[in-house]
Ligand binder design. Structure first.
Ligand code: ATP
Ligand code: MP5
Length: 275
């Protein structure tokens, strides 16, 4: 069985963070492991507070996983501060994992900050170069690239700027735009776009976590990056189409164990374009 690790924050309400990651791993039939970097008191409509795990405890969790069950892929989610970023980056340089997916989480869906804005330089210098795929949403891509994004042309421009920071591929997600939900992948030479019709729902808590965990699972299952993103886009679209009306805010995506048998054919007008 393939093994996949999530290094991220815990969402006690179960829709995002480590909890969404484990549900996604199970749905993909891979063995999920976790390194908790922060404990977040949050729900579908607000973040109350978070406490970061001490950097040496983050490092020891990473050692515990790697010395015993080396993962076939890993994803990094919420790292709120410089100290946590440096701890993770140092350990990854030591253990040299393959198939690293980084979701540079900066805000929760409800707008609450999950990353100290002063850490962005550390994110760019220390964490981004470790990524085989980095998956910023539009506001995150704007912050990292230092440009405003209004069009798909701007998404491509941001992808190029972020690629120059030293990662292998960049996936700028279009969940925060209007019209179709179109994501742009740049692998350093070609752009690929992955698009689905926008689903009219407020229940999108955990979409980014679900997507990056699906990509890590599919890389662990030995798909090349482009195919891993294509299969993961179908997974996240179906998980949004079936999102749960739970809680007072943005309800969570839904993970089916039999999604691949029964769910994916429900995604109408699926498109993948090479541009
Ligand atoms: N309403 C929607 N309908 C269809 N697809 C969507 C919708 N909202 C987001 N997506 C898709 O979900 C995926 C996650 O994108 P999004 O931009 O929402 O990530 P995110 O903001 O990082 O998520 P999160 O806030 O959970 O971290 C992308 O493939 C995006 O295109
Ligand atoms: C621990 C943790 N990690 C990531 C997110 C982002 O997900 P979303 O923007 O969907 O709330 C979150 N809310 N909580």
């Amino acid at each position: 069985m393939k093994k996949v690790l999530s290094i991220a924050g815990s969402d006690c309400s179960g829709g995002a963070g480590i909890q969404a990651d484990l549900k996604t791993f199970s749905a993909h039939g891979v063995f999920g492991m976790t390194v908790i970097a922060s404990v977040v008191a949050e729900n579908t409509f607000r973040v109350i507070e978070y406490q970061d795990i001490r950097p040496d405890i983050i490092e020891k969790q990473i050692d515990a996983v790697f010395e015993d069950i080396p993962p076939d892929a890993l994803k990094i989610g919420m790292l709120s501060c410089k100290e946590g970023m440096l701890a993770v980056a140092g350990k990854l340089r030591e253990w040299k994992p393959s198939n690293v997916v980084i979701d540079p989480v900066m805000y929760a869906k409800n707008g609450c900050a999950l990353m100290d804005p002063d850490s962005i330089d550390t994110l760019i210098a220390e964490v981004v170069p470790l990524a085989d795929v980095i998956t910023p949403n539009i506001p995150e891509a704007e912050k990292m690239a230092g440009i405003r994004i209004y069009t798909q042309k701007d998404m491509r421009k941001a992808a190029r700027i972020i690629h120059d920071m030293g990662c292998r591929a960049v996936l700028v997600k279009g969940g925060h735009s209007e019209g179709d939900a179109t994501d742009i992948l740049f692998d350093g030479s070609e752009f690929y776009s992955f698009s689905s019709p926008r689903i009219p729902t407020k229940n999108t808590h955990g979409t980014g976590c679900t997507y990056s965990s699906a990509i890590a699972s599919n890389l662990a299952l030995e798909l090349p990056i482009r195919q891993a993103v294509a299969r993961s886009k179908k997974y996240v679209t179906t998980a949004i189409a079936n999102a749960l009306e739970i809680g007072r805010g943005n309800g969570p995506t839904h993970h089916f164990y039999d999604l691949f048998q029964h769910g994916l054919s429900d995604v109408k007008n699926w498109r993948e374009d090479i541009t």
